[in-house]
Every structure is written in C-alpha cells, then in structure tokens.
Design a protein around this ligand. Structure first.
Ligand SMILES: Cc1cc2nc3c(=O)[nH]c(=O)nc-3n(C[C@H](O)[C@H](O)[C@H](O)COP(=O)(O)OP(=O)(O)OC[C@H]3O[C@@H](n4cnc5c(N)ncnc54)[C@H](O)[C@@H]3O)c2cc1C
Length: 380
C-alpha cells in the first residue's frame, strides 16, 4: 500500500496549538522587552501545550521536529511563527531544538531518553558555543572538571540543560557536554546591554569547577562541527529571522492601512518591494530546510544554507529600511511596534562568521562541475 502523504505543514500536529498561542506570545513580547527579563510567561505557554517536547523523536514522546527528515516543513513553519510573534522566544526555541537534536543524533540511547524526560518535564535546553574574544576556550581538564566560561548564552539563568562545547586541548576538536543548571546558577546577564533581543537574556555563564561525569559527554569530539550538518543547520535560525521579517512587513502594512497612506504610489512601491523581499526570504529558508533535512544531505546542503542565511539577512535589512522609510520617525518611537521589532531583528541578524559562510558557499560554486543553472538540481 502506498505511504499516506505527509500532512501539509499547517495541518501538522503541534502547529494548531502553536497558532492558538500566537496572540499571547506577541503580547508577551511587548511586556518582556520593556521589563527586560527572561520570557517566563512565553515559555510557560510553550510548556503548557507540550511544544518543548516537539523536537523529540516520536518514540521519545515528541513530534520529530528537528530529527525526522519529513518534519522539516512543520519545524520551519513553527520557527517562522515563533519568530513572527516573539523573536527572543524564537531564538530560545531554536536553541532548544538544536540541543535536543544533537543529543538524539550523537548521544547514547540512555542520554536521549534522559533528555526526553527532562524536555517533557518542561526543561529548556540550549547550545552554548561562543567564547569571548581573547579568552581560552572552555577546557575539560584531565581531572574531569570544566574550566572557563561561555558568553552570549541565550537563556542564561533559566535554561535547565546547557549543551556546551569544551576542549581537552585548546586547539582540539570541540566535545559536547550536557550540563544541568539550577535557576540563576552561574549566570551573569549584566553585560547584555544589546539594543534588541533583550528578553533572550543572553549572558555569560562560568562553568569553572563543574565536575563532568562520563554520562554528561555527548558523542565524540568533533561531532558538533561535523559537516554538512553544522553549516546546513543555519536554516533554522534563518527561519526564525524570516519570521521577524514577516512581523516587520505586517507592521508596515498595518501602518499603511491605519494611516490611509497605502494608495500613495511611493508607499505602494515600498510595500510591494517589502513583500517581495519577505517572500524571497521564506523561499530560501524552505529550500534550504528541504536540502538540510534530506535523508543524506551532501555538501551542497551546507553551501545552500550558507547562501540562504545571507539572502535572509539581505532581505531583512531591505525590509527594515523600506518599513522605516515608509513609516518615518514613528518607526523609531515606542510604543510603535516597529521600534521594538526593528531593534530585535537588527540584533538577531548578527550571527557568527557571515563572511566565512558566504566565502564557503562561493568556494562550492567555484569548484562545482555543474552549470550555474543546474547547480542545485541533484538535491531535493
Ligand atoms: C540574540 C543573540 C543570542 C545568541 N545566543 C547564543 C547562544 O545561545 N549560544 C551561542 O553559542 N551563541 C549565541 N549568540 C552568539 C552568536 O551565535 C554569534 O556568535 C554572535 O552573534 C556573532 O556576533 P558577531 O556579529 O560579532 O560575529 P562575528 O563572527 O565576530 O562577525 C563579525 C564580523 O567579523 C567578521 N569576521 C569573523 N571572523 C573574522 C576573522 N577571523 N577575520 C576577519 N573578520 C572576521 C564577520 O564576517 C563579520 O563581518 C547569540 C547572539 C545573539 C545576537
């Protein structure tokens, strides 16, 4: 008998529940930006409808988001919807998905089972890889203790399970280590003075002295940066960013409707250009997701995702400029929604090594045997 067709993304389990939360998540984004504090109300909403378990394989009680090849469209839609409603929350959820995916891919069955129980119990996971420029990487000493800190850790102070990269030797390959953290433990968010993404509570976490039991080590050294998954996975943060772009487009359209200025030829042209750029971003993300989440992604999946993240960044910057020009000064004055959305999106667009990503993609194009028109044809 033929396999049943996969559900359309909008009908995929989990998405209806997520859609029902969107008004609350969008309202919470306003309050959580003002306070700047952890988005506890938004996270509670996700917990309530079981979305923290969605990245788990069905056998572990989840929906397979992030681990099942067929689940990419649903995950992509979820990340876009979250980014549209609440960009800091989307960032946190993307990290949660990434961490659970890495544990399920590279960990033992017992580690995956334990992580699944924690996620089903409402714990938030994160991947913290970034080190402060000039600081030694987080070390895993011969005596089995961590030494050093991570910076730019989203969810510092309220993530319950942090998947960190550490090294047995400073230039050695990164080893994933899953560290359980109590609320507030070792976190310092005082340096998070960013213009936007305030509620992502992105801070420094000092791991010095934490004893590492063998069960905390996930996979082998080098698994975290294994290609093409490492670069291809960029489609997930690009999906969240794409949601942020959609939110800016929505705010621009609302403004033009409310002010009755949408018929003006200049305003109409800018709205049309913004709609074009937003759809460009969505198409890139969905094509990158399909390649990245194929059963056996090849090097083209990494190159494609590297191009996709650049295309989404370009589209986002264009839409921001168009919206700010159309709305004018009001776009920079709170409580206009564009004031916060612009800060959040501009901040979240800063992701690691954009020049390197573009250069790597260019290297793939340079070395590929196919003609430019068929460069990506072999992939899904
Ligand atoms: C809201 C938010 C949340 C985050 N949360 C997390 C998290 O939970 N976990 C985590 O690990 N990280 C997190 N980060 C950090 C993130 O992953 C990036 O590391 C960070 O945003 C990159 O910042 P950057 O623009 O300074 O990047 P960089 O990579 O330093 O790039 C800055 C510029 O320098 C260029 N450049 C980079 N390297 C070189 C070089 N060697 N020589 C010359 N030029 C170079 C780049 O192309 C770019 O033009 C978060 C960041 C943000 C904004």
């Amino acid at each position: 008998m033929a396999e049943p067709p996969p559900p359309l993304p909008d009908q995929a389990p989990g998405l209806a529940a997520l859609r029902s939360l969107l008004p609350d998540l969008a309202a919470a984004a306003v309050a959580e930006d003002r306070a700047p504090r952890a988005p506890m109300a938004s996270l509670a909403c996700l917990r309530q409808v079981g979305l923290l378990a969605a990245p788990l394989a069905p056998g572990l009680g989840g929906l397979g988001w992030g681990v099942e090849p067929g689940a990419a469209p649903a995950l992509g839609t979820a990340l876009r919807l979250l980014g549209r409603a609440n960009l800091p929350l989307g960032r946190l959820y993307e990290g949660h998905v990434n961490a659970l995916r890495l544990v399920q891919r590279h960990g033992t069955a017992a580690q995956a089972q334990a992580a699944a129980e924690q996620a089903r119990g409402g714990q938030l996971f994160a991947v913290w890889n970034t080190e402060a420029p000039g600081e030694a990487p987080l070390a895993l000493g011969a005596e089995g203790r961590l030494d050093g800190r991570k910076v730019l850790c989203s969810g510092a102070g309220f993530v319950g399970q942090a998947l960190v990269t550490c090294r047995a030797a400073p230039a050695g390959p990164p080893q994933l280590c899953l560290v359980p953290l109590a609320p507030g433990m070792r976190a310092d968010v005082s340096g998070w003075t960013a213009q936007g993404m305030r509620a992502s509570a992105t801070g420094a976490v000092d791991f010095t002295g934490i004893a590492v039991a063998p069960a905390m080590l996930v996979g082998q050294p080098g698994d975290y940066t294994r290609q093409p998954e490492f670069s291809a996975g960029a489609w997930r943060f690009a999906a969240v960013q794409c949601g942020g772009v959609e939110a800016v487009l929505a705010a621009l359209r609302d403004h033009l409707r409310q002010t009755g200025r949408g018929q003006d030829a200049n305003q109409a042209a800018r709205l049309g250009q913004a709609a074009m750029a937003t759809e460009t971003a969505r198409l890139w993300v969905s094509a990158a997701a399909a390649r990245a989440e194929a059963a056996l992604p090849g090097p083209e999946a990494a190159a494609y995702a590297n191009l996709a993240r650049g295309a989404v960044e370009r589209a986002a910057l264009e839409v921001l400029e168009l919206a700010q020009r159309s709305v004018g000064l009001a776009a920079f004055l709170g409580p206009h929604p564009l004031e916060r959305l612009g800060r959040d999106l501009a901040t979240y667009l800063r992701q690691p090594g954009p020049d390197r990503a573009l250069a790597e993609a260019a290297g793939f194009v340079l070395g590929a045997a196919a003609e430019p028109g068929t460069l990506w044809e072999d992939a899904p």
